[in-house]
Design a protein around this ligand. Structure first.
Ligand SMILES: [Zn+2]
Length: 272
């Protein structure tokens, strides 16, 4: 029988993997619910804590949920069954289920979501769009920060092909595109989730195409006006694959535990 895994061991591992100092200032990352001394035998990763995920965790006797999106996210003045957030919090705490969220630290870390996206798209010479300097000298400064950008190995490539590659890389059901299908692309940037704010940096770096989870109509117009193509794969598709990967990383790190990525969560958006 392997040594029992302590919640603090998993937190330490996640902190090394996705240092919390990489998170955006508005974010709410790290251990959000739980006692670091409690033991962890079953661990579930998910994109978002939803009522379905909470039920799955209770049924699976999960001790820790590692959720990409923080839960809770906003400060709370009361926790009651009067609203969905309160209901979920009460159930999690009642069943002793801890919650950890790496969120934007996971977006930006060395092997994080945007690095994985950039690699899957086939970019070379990958760099952060907005590099962040970590306090620890041993960390590779060039490898961490917001978003990623790089060159296509086979440049120039038509935009239609990039859209196809992005769709396959993220298992997206469909993608939305701003720009002309025949436009030739040489440099590509990526930003998972809702990341339209990266457009201005992409323009600065003279990137030809920006692959995002989602963004607003007006950001699409701004991109078109500035000749930056956009490929929108959907918020869920742009991040869910990395949550599945995180489950395998945690399973390797903690072979004594049972680890899986949620089977119950799905993209709330369907295409009619
Ligand atoms: Zn997200």
């Amino acid at each position: 029988m392997a040594n029992p895994i302590k919640l603090s061991d998993v937190c330490d591992f996640l902190e090394r993997f996705a240092p919390c100092e990489l998170a955006e200032s508005w974010d709410n990352v790290g251990l959000l619910i739980g006692d670091p001394e409690q033991s962890v035998q079953a661990l579930l990763t998910c994109l978002t804590v939803t009522p379905e995920v909470v039920e799955e965790a209770i049924e699976g006797q999960v001790d820790l949920i590692v959720t990409h999106h923080p839960f809770p996210f906003r400060p709370l003045k009361r926790i009651t069954s009067a609203d969905t957030v309160g209901q979920m919090l009460l159930k999690l705490i009642h069943h002793g289920i801890a919650v950890y969220s790496p969120h934007t630290a996971f977006d930006s870390c060395a092997e994080g979501i945007n690095q994985q996206l950039a690699t899957a798209i086939g970019l070379s010479d990958i760099k952060p769009l907005v590099p962040v300097e970590l306090t620890e000298a041993s960390s590779s400064i060039a490898q961490v920060g917001t978003g990623r950008w790089g060159k296509l190995s086979q440049a120039p490539t038509p935009l239609a092909r990039i859209a196809e590659v992005a769709k396959q890389a993220t298992s997206a059901e469909m993608v939305k595109v701003v720009g002309n299908a025949i436009d030739n692309i040489q440099t590509v940037a990526v930003g998972c989730g809702s990341a339209g704010e990266l457009l201005s940096v992409a323009v600065e770096k003279q990137v030809d195409c920006l692959i995002l989870g989602e963004t607003s109509f007006h950001t699409c117009l701004a991109a078109k006006a500035q000749n930056v193509a956009l490929v929108l794969v959907g918020h869920y598709a742009s991040e869910r694959f990395a949550v599945e990967k995180l489950a395998t990383i945690l399973a390797d790190a903690f072979p004594g535990g049972k680890v899986w990525s949620s089977h119950q969560e799905s993209d709330p958006i369907h295409f009619a």
